[in-house]
Design a protein around this ligand. Structure first.
Ligand code: ADP
Length: 739
């Protein structure tokens, strides 16, 4: 490259000035162009630089913003962390405050058995024994064993071993420990998921003290309840004994000649006394059930007969009110079942008695249906339906409670203790059944109970071999539809076809036909000749009268028999069989007559009566006053045994509750001596005022043959005397009084 100024000086020699100028101009132009170019390049570089600079600046701004955001986040995280740490510390503090506050011990052992946490209550258990955090479980147990009451020697090691061994189980059994300071601690231990052992030591001293108090209170209450039962048993005796005197004397008084007014008084005394005894029995029964002392004594019995007996008992009251009593016993059911007959009778008496009591007009219908449930067992449904006053719906459940009656005390029209249904419900429940009632006020009620009962095996002991009934056609004259339908069904089940008539006149319309038997409802009919309805072979059909009291008004010439309503199926069957097989008079005449009884020696029957109560002695003496007997009294059991030895009575009436030696002991002593001597067995009849359950069993177990409950009934006593009067003695009971 040639410097511009150097070239000019060198060319001064040959080059003109103009050239020099041109050259200079060119050089200047070139320089200007270069400058221009450089300036453009510089501009371009500048503008590029400024773009870069702007970008960089943008980046810096963005980065700064990002940094700001990150910084904010960082601060936030840091704040949350700090807050979480504070909260965790607070929670932990609260937890420990809570754990410290509870009065029970709380501790945690790590999986190696090291104590890692424990509250004060837990550590207090080992007060002064150096147990602190870090101690091993076996050290804790060892320290505890020194404080356990009643542990010494070998037992200490055994106990420690047991406490350690129980931890091996998944479900650790709680352990109650009695300490020497009198406290009782229950240890509850549980394994945590990470293998920790959480241990609670609950102080149950107070709970145990309360439990002991409760136990004591319970045994006191049980003792009081036993005392109450015993008191009731005694009360039963104490009340029933004088009541026996009252009722017995009133009965005797009724037998004497009295003015009408005097008779009314005497009869009122008697019936009030009897009513009082019924109430006492109710109260006694209820308290027995309450004390869970009531036991059932199941035995085979005839349910249908039992139902009829109850109906017959209530018949006089029903007749007075003009009520019809009807029994509908499912024809396809057996009649004999196994249950406690006394209690069954009580249930039926309560329900049917109520139905009669609360019904002013209409009928009371007892219906028994059922189905076989397998294994000789039957599911029986017994319903007692009446057309009485009914029960308001809101009181239906209430009446099964004790002392609950629909009427309140202020407007009572009906007598009763309000215990009958409570007892009935309990008895049905005790027998495994359920009881219910449907009722509509003003229309009537239907009480029902369901009982699972086993049918009694073997035939009815009273029933002979069944003979087929040979009668085919019957006419039934009865006004009421309901009783009629049931009898028709029964007759049809025996193979008879039955024509029904509502009146004698209607029956006469069938006089052109021949019937084997006529049933005539005699209730409400005055005496009249029996309808002469033609029978077989030109005879008149036999007439069976149906009557609610077993007797018919006046004379019914031509009637064959009277059947008591409601008609018992076995009775009906017997009458139909008798009619099917009439006895042939000539055959009977040929049967040799029984030899006349051997003449009796002229000695009176000897009767010993053991009875400590003077009034009862008097009542007894009066009741047997008309008998031809030699009567001796013993004042207690010991005297009875002595008089039996010296007097050889033909029978003994034995009171059960007597001082010195009671009736059972006396009977046992007599039976033991009889067995030792090999002598005859004297009949012993217990007289008992006791109604506590199980008495019947213990009485019969003492070797007593029968028992009569007080108040005594003259007829029952005379019946027993007549039964046991020996052949060598004069007849003891006057004819017609043998019950
Ligand atoms: P009570 O000794 O009063 O008869 P119950 O326990 O046998 O006691 O009956 C309780 C009450 O239930 C009765 O007082 C009566 O109000 C009502 N009751 C029971 N049976 C009947 C019935 N067949 N018809 C109407 N009310 C009845």
């Amino acid at each position: 490259m040639v410097r511009a100024d150097g070239a000019a000086s060198a060319g001064d020699v040959g080059v003109s000035f103009a050239e020099k100028l041109a050259r200079e101009r060119r050089a200047r132009l070139a320089a200007e162009r270069l400058l221009d170019q450089k300036q453009r390049e510089l501009f371009a570089a500048n503008s590029q630089l400024s773009v870069h600079a702007r970008r960089l600046s943008d980046q810096i701004v963005a980065q700064r913003q990002e940094t700001e955001v990150l910084k904010g986040e960082n601060t936030r995280v840091q704040t949350s962390l700090e807050r979480a740490t504070v909260e965790a510390a607070l929670a932990q503090r609260r937890l420990w405050e809570a754990v410290e506050t509870i009065e029970d011990g709380f501790a945690v052992f790590d999986p190696t058995g090291r104590l890692i946490a424990a509250n004060g209550a837990y550590l207090d258990l080992f007060d002064g024994q150096g147990i602190a955090l870090g101690a091993q479980y076996h050290e804790v147990i060892a320290a505890l064993s020194d404080r356990v009451a009643g542990l010494s020697g070998e037992a200490v090691l055994d106990w420690r071993h047991e406490m350690a061994a129980r931890l091996q189980s998944d479900d650790i059994v709680p352990e109650v420990v009695g300490l020497i300071d009198g406290r009782h601690i229950r240890f509850l231990d549980r394994r945590g998921a990470a293998g920790d052992l959480v241990s609670m030591a609950l102080d149950i001293t107070e709970a145990m003290r309360r439990e002991a108090e409760l136990e004591e209170a319970r045994s006191k209450a049980e003792a009081a309840s036993r005392a109450k039962s015993a008191f009731l048993a005694n009360m039963s005796h104490e009340i029933r004994t004088p009541m026996n005197g009252v009722v017995g004397m009133a009965e005797l008084l009724c037998d004497t000649s009295l003015t009408e007014e005097q008779r009314l008084f005497a009869e009122t005394i008697k019936s009030s006394g009897e009513a009082l005894l019924v109430i006492i029995n109710d109260v006694l029964d209820y308290s027995k059930i309450e004390a869970e002392k009531l036991r059932l004594y199941p035995e085979p019995f005839d349910l249908e007969r039992c139902l009829h007996e109850v109906m017959l008992l209530l018949q006089p009251l029903a007749r007075e009110k003009g009520l019809k009593l009807i029994v509908d016993f499912d024809l396809f059911l057996p009649t004999r079942f196994v249950a406690d007959p006394g209690r069954m009778r009580q249930i039926l008496t309560n329900l049917i008695g109520n139905a009669v009591k609360f019904t002013g007009a209409g009928h009371v219908l007892a219906r028994v249906v059922g189905f076989e449930a397998g294994d000789g067992r039957f599911d029986l449904h017994v319903t007692i339906e009446d057309t009485g006053i009914g029960i308001p719906p809101d009181l239906v459940e209430h009446i099964f409670g004790e002392f609950n009656q629909v009427e309140d005390q202020s407007n009572r029209k009906f007598e009763g203790t309000g215990l009958g249904l409570a007892i009935t419900k309990q008895l049905v429940t005790l027998m495994g059944g359920t009881i219910w009632v449907d009722s509509e006020p003003g229309k009537g009620s239907c009480f029902g109970f369901r009982l699972p009962l086993a049918a009694a095996e073997g035939a009815d002991p009273d029933g002979g071999p069944a003979r087929p009934i040979l009668l085919r056609r019957a006419v039934l004259i009865e006004e009421a539809q309901i009783g009629r339908d049931i009898l028709v069904r029964q007759l049809e089940s025996y193979g008879l076809s039955v024509i029904c008539a509502r009146s004698l006149a209607e029956a006469q319309a069938h006089a052109g036909e021949a019937f084997d038997v006529v049933f005539l409802d005699a209730d409400g009919l005055a005496e009249s000749p029996c309808p002469a309805i033609p029978g077989k072979g030109g005879t008149v059909a036999p007439v069976l009268l149906l009557s609610s009291d077993g007797e018919v008004a006046g004379d019914w010439p031509g009637a064959t028999a009277v059947l008591r309503k409601p008609v018992l199926r076995s009775q009906l069957l017997k009458v139909l069989q008798d009619l099917s097989y009439p006895r042939v008079p000539e055959l009977e005449a040929k049967v040799p007559a029984a030899p006349p009884p051997a003449p009796r020696e002229a000695r009176a029957m000897r009767v010993l009566a053991a009875e400590d109560n003077r009034t009862n002695q008097l009542v007894f003496r009066k009741m047997v006053g008309g008998c031809d007997i030699e009567l001796v009294f013993a004042g207690n059991g010991r005297e009875a045994v002595e008089l039996w030895r010296s007097g050889a009575p033909d029978m003994i009436f034995m009171d059960i509750s007597m001082p010195e030696m009671d009736g059972r002991e006396a009977a046992r002593a007599i039976r033991a001596e009889e067995a030792a001597r090999g002598g005859p067995r004297v009949p012993i009849v217990a007289l008992t005022a006791h109604a506590m359950d199980g008495d019947e069993v213990s009485i019969l177990a003492a070797g007593i043959d029968h028992y009569l409950t007080k108040p005594l009934k003259k007829a029952a006593i005379l019946a027993r005397i007549a039964e046991f009067c020996p052949p060598e003695a004069r007849p003891a009971v006057p004819d017609g009084e043998e019950g």
